[in-house]
Design a protein. Structure first.
Length: 114
């Protein structure tokens, strides 16, 4: 099972294995307080794509297509798939304020094969 959660929300025992999928460490969170099992920053969108997108709803469809393109052949994807095999529940953590338009949603779709 793949879940998605904002990293600023409290950790929960039902989160399972928690993976931060942001290229940048979230502001205001100490690493020792984050309850993150893995920081897989390489799987996040490129800096150029992230900056271009800026979590703007009107760019969502194009962002999804471009991020899918970046994920194809991404070496970190192999590690993410291994994590999914080893853990019943995996929660993808992201730092963006926008809960409807962020890379964790696209990554979860991609991993689910949608």
């Amino acid at each position: 099972m793949i879940k998605i959660k904002r990293v600023y929300e409290p950790a929960d025992k039902h989160d399972g294995y928690r993976v931060l999928v942001d290229r940048l460490w979230p502001r205001g969170i100490k690493k020792e307080d984050a309850h993150i099992d893995l920081w897989l920053k390489e799987i996040a969108p490129s800096t150029a794509l992230r900056k271009w997108f800026n979590h703007e709803a009107e760019k969502w469809d194009t962002f999804r297509k471009k991020y899918y393109g970046e994920l194809k052949g991404q070496p970190a994807l192999k590690e993410m798939k291994q994590v999914l095999k080893e853990h019943t529940t995996v929660t993808l953590l992201y730092g963006a304020k926008n809960e409807n338009y962020n890379q964790a949603i696209v990554l979860a779709e991609y991993l689910r094969g949608k």
